[in-house]
Ligand binder design. Structure first.
Ligand SMILES: Cc1cc2nc3c(=O)[nH]c(=O)nc-3n(C[C@H](O)[C@H](O)[C@H](O)COP(=O)(O)O)c2cc1C
Length: 193
């Protein structure tokens, strides 16, 4: 079993990556393979509406050639998908939105690509807007019939400067419980996808 986590942060190794690594660590302790893809420093553009994914139905995006193609391929292979984003103006980053739009459209053209995979959203904010950003990611999971894992609080953390989220003990505990819940779901649904 494999879980891929994709960070839509503009900062490599920033607060979002720290939160995602925390969840992945718990999954690894259950023997689940993990991969973290960070979009920071990479090109990640929006959907061109070429609609080629609807013609080819090959689980690929043909309108662009950038880091989102790598994410789509990894999501297609994975059993679980975690999308992490910092909060920018009370929503996800533009890199995260590019991922949501293109992965969501390609999956819509390819039935069976995401259905019943386990999903989780993780967001980091300085002060406000995290629940709205969390919901934005959730829209992709819900319309593509994924099974969503929750935690003891919404999956969010507080931090501004890189590394600051390490001081948010409740956020780290929330990530630990999220990892346990994802592992629980993955173990019980293995072979059913
Ligand atoms: C363009 C921009 C917009 C931001 N908007 C918000 C916001 O609306 N609410 C908030 O709490 N934090 C906001 N922040 C702060 C980031 O969410 C915060 O620094 C976060 O920890 C960044 O995560 P990272 O370390 O993974 O990059 C914003 C930061 C930037 C650069």
């Amino acid at each position: 079993m494999k879980v891929v986590a994709i960070s839509g942060s503009a900062r490599k190794g920033g607060n979002t990556a720290i939160m995602l690594r925390r969840v992945l660590g718990v999954l690894e302790s259950h023997g689940i393979e993990t991969e973290l893809i960070e979009l920071a420093g990479k090109k990640a553009q929006g959907c061109t509406v070429c609609l080629k994914c609807r013609e080819t139905k090959d689980r690929q995006c043909h309108g662009r050639k950038d880091a989102i193609n790598e994410c789509i391929a990894a999501a297609a292979e994975a059993d679980g998908i975690i999308i992490g984003s910092p909060v920018y103006f009370a929503d996800v980053t533009s890199e995260t939105k590019a991922l949501i739009d293109r992965l969501g459209y390609v999956a819509g053209a390819n039935p069976g690509m995401l259905e019943r995979k386990v999903g989780a959203a993780v967001v980091v904010e300085r002060r406000g807007g995290a629940v709205h950003a969390f919901d934005s990611i959730m829209h992709l999971f819900m319309i593509r019939q994924m099974i969503v894992a929750g935690s003891r609080y919404w999956n969010l953390g507080f931090g501004a400067a890189p590394g600051e989220v390490e001081g948010d003990e409740e956020a780290l505990l929330t990530m630990d419980v999220l990892g346990e819940n994802m592992a629980w779901l993955l173990e019980r649904t293995a072979g059913a996808r």
